[in-house]
Write a protein that binds this ligand. Structure first.
Ligand code: IPE
Ligand code: IPE
Ligand code: MG
Length: 248
């Protein structure tokens, strides 16, 4: 059974110790569309539906934190038409979240540098966070314009500024302090990271936080086709892992 380093254990009805924090690299939207001779944005639209379903399910089974990778710092390299379609989809999703998600007991937060997004999108992100701030269920981190390296650069700049201002000393820098300067400050590290679509890499997702995460790569499935059964399968695989954290 997958052990946890510390913190409270979430045991479900099947007596499994659930991951407290799940990360998902929502990959394969483009290939899903291509297989159907559809334009790539059609895959993103379908992927957004899958995301809604999986987020609700994770909250229902008692997952404490879900982080989904929606748009990386490198995804701006894509053709402008695809980036525009993604921005349109984010806007639609956030408008819908503000309208319909009032009933959901999910606290939404955005991780990543939001400054390149339009003023309208940034305002929707702010409102979504504000509206859900006092929810008591799962925390949903939506990684948008997120990159693990960029996140570390931002943290290092902040720490350097505080040293310069005399607020902290360089000797006081430790792992806990660095974690506290990341977007995920105060949250447990991801226990399980799932990547569908057959790519076996992190693509800059939660670099610092994933030092001891269990990865489950699911080759057979593209994100738009991902089901709650696939999620359960990944959790079952996680539960069979022997986590040692460097110990014996
Ligand atoms: C993931 O799907 C969504 C984003 C990166 C925005 P992709 O668009 O990367 O899909 P593939 O990998 O090309 O199939
Ligand atoms: C990672 O997928 C980013 C998201 C899922 C948002 P990519 O499709 O961008 O990653 P690479 O290019 O295959 O590494
Ligand atoms: Mg991809």
């Amino acid at each position: 059974m997958a052990k946890k380093k510390d913190s409270t254990l979430i045991v479900d009805r099947a007596n499994r110790i659930l991951p407290e924090h799940i990360g998902i690299i929502m990959d394969g939207n483009g290939r899903w569309a291509k297989k159907r001779l559809l334009p790539r944005p059609a895959g993103h639209r379908e992927g957004a539906q899958t995301f809604r379903k999986i987020a609700r399910y994770c909250n229902n089974i008692g997952i404490k934190v879900l982080t989904v990778y929606a748009f990386s710092t490198e995804n701006w390299k894509r053709p402008a038409s695809e980036v525009d379609a993604l921005m349109k989809l984010f806007k639609e999703y956030l408008q819908e979240a503000l309208r319909d998600f009032r009933e959901e007991n999910i606290r939404t937060r955005f991780v990543g540098d939001r400054s390149p997004f339009s003023a309208e999108l940034q305002e929707l992100m702010r409102e979504t966070e504000e509206l859900s701030a006092d929810k008591t269920g799962m925390t949903l981190n939506i990684a948008m314009n997120y990159g693990g390296r960029a996140e570390l650069c931002t943290a290092i700049k902040q720490i350097a500024a505080e040293i310069k201002d005399g607020k902290i000393t360089s000797e006081s820098i430790d792992e806990k302090m660095i974690s506290d300067y990341l977007y995920t400050a105060g949250q447990p590290d991801p226990d399980l990271i799932i990547r569908p679509s057959g790519e076996y890499r992190t693509s800059n997702f939660l670099l610092w936080q994933s030092a001891y995460s269990e990865y489950v790569f699911m080759d057979e499935i593209l994100w738009p086709d991902f089901t709650t059964e696939n999620l359960e399968e990944a959790i079952d695989i996680y539960c069979m892992r022997n986590r040692r954290f460097g110990g014996v």
